[in-house]
Design a protein around this ligand. Structure first.
Ligand code: COA
Length: 179
């Protein structure tokens, strides 16, 4: 496996707009593949990223310095009372005021090189700077690389609940770490 120098950098909404096709493509391709198998166009991916940033989410980009390309992204936000699904998130340890790792995606060509872990650590540093009491995420329980990323860094599984996307019901496991 090729050694790669990766930098994780925070990005503003303007930065995101300037690399829109790249990050939309990374996001859409990641969620079109297993275990998600969801139908994402690049346009829909951009709308999802933009909507989260409009809510105040932080965006971190993973840059492959050798290849001079963006190879991953992570989004995180401090939860508020009106955040979607806040009732379920609160029930499993992510109350308003906690830091929520909304999404992350790494290009398939660059997966399993520790970039997901670095994107998580960048968001943990941000959460600590903000002085929030807890950080966590939710994902499908069968999303092995994602779950590994969190459990290997001391996150605890606090519960699993069902969500409905479209007409399909599927489980989401919540993982939380106290800061
Ligand atoms: C989840 C995702 C971002 C992880 O990215 P990555 O750069 O490959 O992650 P890492 O290389 O840092 O690996 C994270 C951990 O999972 C483990 N891991 C990675 N892939 C694995 C696999 N297929 N099976 C088992 N363990 C795996 C690694 O050993 C690593 O453990 P460590 O942190 O103790 O070293 C990437 O798989 C992805 O983009 N998936 C699709 C989108 C997605 O599901 N995002 C999360 C939504 S909530």
């Amino acid at each position: 496996m090729k050694a790669t120098t990766i930098s994780i950098v925070p990005a503003s909404a303007e930065d995101a707009a300037s690399v829109r096709p790249i990050i939309s493509g990374i996001y859409a391709r990641a969620f079109r593949r297993p275990p998600w198998n969801e139908e994402w166009s690049d346009e829909e991916a951009w709308d999802a990223i933009e909507a989260k940033m409009d809510r105040g989410a932080d965006l971190f980009l993973a840059i492959d310095e050798d290849g001079e390309q963006i190879v991953g992204l992570g989004l995180g936000i401090v939860l508020t009372d009106d955040y979607p699904d806040i009732g379920d998130l609160t029930r499993f340890g992510l109350a308003p005021g906690s830091y929520y790792c909304i999404d992350m995606a790494v290009c398939q060509s660059h997966q399993r090189r520790g970039i997901g872990g670095q994107l998580l650590e960048a968001r943990e540093r941000r959460a600590r700077e903000l002085g929030v009491p807890a950080i966590g995420m939710r994902t499908r329980p069968d999303n092995t690389p994602c779950v590994a990323c969190y459990t290997h860094r001391g996150y605890s599984h606090t519960g699993t609940y069902q969500v409905v996307t479209g007409h399909v019901e599927s489980p989401r496991a919540v993982h939380v770490k106290q800061l």
